[in-house]
Design a protein around this ligand. Structure first.
Ligand code: ZN
Length: 133
């Protein structure tokens, strides 16, 4: 549970967030992002290095490192991350299909250790590679 405490020394992060985490800071509005959606539990924003014409991330405001950090008590939150994906993908112009990718840990090539769902789409079919995001 230590990773879930937001009260790190010197930080003013709300409970459940980390003061120095990139995505926690984006969720708090401390770092600008091109948001596509937000509510009291989740935030969605465009990837700064898009791998497809439509490429945004959906993240929980709660700081979970990745799916190793997310057990069944978070099932409602985890479901919400996917539950908004289709609507947001459509709103962003991915109207004929999209891909969802969640990278976990070193082997999964996770770059930011705050759980995030990549949504990738665009007018043309995506490559078959699963190693590009
Ligand atoms: Zn975080």
């Amino acid at each position: 549970m230590s990773t879930h405490t937001g009260a790190t020394a010197g930080g003013q992060a709300p409970s459940g967030q980390k003061a120095d985490c990139l995505f926690c800071r984006i969720a708090r509005g401390e770092i600008p992002s091109r948001k596509v959606y937000e509510d009291d539990e989740i935030v969605a924003f465009h990837d700064i290095h898009p791998s497809a014409p439509v490429h945004f991330l959906i993240v929980p405001r709660l700081h979970l490192e990745n799916l190793y950090d997310a057990d069944m008590k978070y099932q409602a939150l985890l479901g919400k991350l996917l539950g908004v994906a289709g609507q947001l993908a459509r709103e962003q112009g991915a109207v004929d299909g999209f891909r969802v990718v969640v990278n976990n840990g070193r082997v999964g090539r996770q770059e930011v250790y705050h759980l995030h769902v990549h949504v990738l789409g665009g007018p043309d079919p995506l490559g078959s590679g699963m190693n590009r995001t």
